[in-house]
Ligand binder design. Structure first.
Ligand code: SF4
Length: 430
């Protein structure tokens, strides 16, 4: 069985070269074994060339950045079939095409999410940021940032690898698996910067998700640039986050993977509060990165709220769940658990002093208002809290995912966007 060893998880050049050689050599998809890292294996000596549609190349360029082990073979199979004369992309129900499109969509969403969530700290001669992307989108996003902000040296660290732009070249080096707080990141950078930069390598170009978006973006849309997080506020939040990581005020810390603290702009005037981390947030350690988070991002964008300007957190910082087979099923936190976790939300409020708290769902509303709240009855209302801050009640985005697909779900989503537009208008008046 022919083995292809790619240089990295995003070795687009290597995958293309191998695909071309193997297709020309007549090697069927089921015969190829794809691997990443290790000793390169010689490819079949094949001559000639062939072309496939630009749409298929674009689809493969994005889907190859998905964190899906089978993607190399899947995409090879699509090219193999296209070379054999099949109009593969013309059949929307083809399972391979559907999967490839789903992967590409997830990559595009994650690339956008990373650009909107990434925060930078000023660190010596550059900006320094850490992010844990759900897919392999670092290279593509680093290319985009370097192109848009050529005079702004930066380093972006992720668990997989890191990207370093010095104003002239973009290099890639070692990553950092977990970052407890900003101080840890800065200390790690100070200790490892010379070695990481010395060992970094120039990367090969990866298709940028944005450049290949099916719907072109308006030309006048503002560029997403580095968001610099002021050190003073960062330190206060960092101290609270560090404490929360060791919290054992209730039993939820036992089965959960980690504390998921809030994140966002230090200048936020609006603080969004959800119920608790979900399955993906528990693993990744960041708030609203799962399906509910993606829906929230989409609704925020439609409502004209800049995700970079808000802070987002949970009423309860550990994932409460019930194991069911290999799945972990969400369980709502009890009033006692919400009360126990309130000190961390209070700490975030004290650091940020937001003008408005958007409480999403019953648990968040209970945490902020201190009483049981019937969300359907009180949604859309702005109310003054004892400390002068305002609260606005709406549904939790995960509720929208539970509404049966179709008209009902679309109606609920539109109502949620209307609530967010009301939030936007309210903030303008505060
Ligand atoms: S859920 Fe909140 S109170 Fe309970 S252990 Fe976790 S951080 Fe502490």
């Amino acid at each position: 069985m022919p083995e292809v060893v790619l240089n990295s998880e995003t070795d687009w050049t290597g995958w293309r070269a191998a695909t071309r050689a193997l297709v020309l050599a007549g090697v069927e998809p089921r015969e190829v074994f794809w691997a990443v890292g290790g000793v390169p294996v010689a490819l079949p000596d094949s001559r000639g060339s062939f072309a496939v549609s630009r749409s298929l190349v674009a689809l493969a360029g994005q889907a190859i950045q998905a964190r899906e082990p089978e993607r190399f073979g899947l995409l090879y199979s699509l090219v193999w079939r296209a070379h054999a004369g099949e109009a593969v992309l013309d059949d929307p129900d083809d399972p391979d095409v559907r999967l490839a499109r789903r992967l590409a969509l997830a990559v595009r969403a994650e690339a956008h999410r990373m650009r909107t969530h990434l925060r930078f700290l000023p660190m010596g001669d550059r900006l320094l940021g850490w992010y844990a992307p759900a897919h392999y989108v670092l290279e593509a996003n680093a290319q985009l940032l370097a192109r848009r902000f050529p005079a702004e040296p930066f380093s972006v660290i992720t668990p997989d690898s890191s990207a370093h732009w010095d104003g002239a070249s973009l290099r890639f080096g070692a990553g950092l698996a977990r970052v407890a707080d900003d101080d840890t990141l800065c200390a790690w950078w100070e200790a490892h910067e010379p070695a990481i930069l010395a060992e970094s390598r120039v990367g090969t170009a990866v298709p940028e998700a944005e450049a290949l978006d099916e719907a072109p973006r308006p030309l006048d849309e503002p560029a997403i640039g580095p968001v610099v997080f002021p050190i003073a506020v960062a330190s206060a939040l960092t101290a609270a986050r560090r404490e929360a990581e060791r919290c054992e005020r209730c039993t939820l810390c036992g089965p959960a993977t980690q504390t998921v603290f809030g994140e966002g702009s230090a200048d936020a005037t609006v603080l969004f509060v959800g119920e608790q981390p979900g399955d993906q947030e528990d693993v990744i350690g960041r708030p609203f990165v799962g399906p509910a988070g993606q829906l929230l991002d989409q609704a925020l964008e439609e409502a004209g709220i800049d995700r970079r300007g808000i802070y987002i957190t949970y009423a309860v910082k550990h994932f409460k769940y019930e194991p069911r087979g290999r799945r972990r099923i969400h369980v709502s936190p009890s009033p006692e658990e919400i009360a126990a976790c309130g000190i961390w939300l209070d700490a975030e409020r004290a650091c940020l002093r937001p003008k408005l708290l958007v409480v999403m769902g019953g648990s968040a509303a209970r945490a902020v208002l201190g009483r049981p709240v019937a969300v359907t009855r009180e949604r859309g209302q702005a109310m003054r809290l004892a400390d002068g801050q305002m609260a606005f009640v709406t549904v939790h985005p995960s509720y929208l995912l539970r509404v049966p697909e179709g008209e009902a779900q679309a109606r609920e989503y539109r109502a949620f966007v209307r609530d967010l537009i009301a939030v936007r208008d309210l903030v303008d008046r505060l």
